[in-house]
Design a protein. Structure first.
Length: 119
């Protein structure tokens, strides 16, 4: 079994920064892509950013380009989400997810980490 564990969430003032981490454990696996998603209270879950494990190509939600950066450390099996210039509307639970089989389906999800941005 594969487990994804997010960390790095917390309370930050508007304009501040946070770096989230997503660590994989359990059996050895190589994801095709790893993505970050978020869900704010009363809203649907939305895509934030994704990264291809091989090659490192990245993709972002248009509204977040320039403020958020996704990266990976293949040796450590960790994916990061650097979030800068945070706004109150970035408040949400952030989840990482991995697609192992290159089929566009997230096979594994983390439990989420809360990010709260105060104004």
């Amino acid at each position: 079994q594969v487990q994804l564990v997010e960390s790095g969430g917390g309370l930050v003032q508007a304009g501040g920064s946070l770096r989230l981490s997503c660590a994989a454990s359990g059996r050895t696996f190589t994801p095709y892509t790893v993505g970050w998603f978020r869900q704010a209270p009363g809203k649907e879950r939305e895509f934030v950013a994704g990264i291809a494990w091989s090659g490192g190509n990245t993709d972002y939600a248009d509204s977040l380009k320039g403020r958020f950066t996704i990266s990976r450390d293949n040796a450590k099996n960790v994916v990061y989400l650097q979030m800068n210039s945070l706004k109150p509307e970035d408040t949400a639970v952030y989840y990482c997810a991995a697609d192992e089989f290159e089929d566009g389906v997230c096979d594994y999800w983390g439990q989420g980490t809360q990010v709260t941005v105060s104004s």
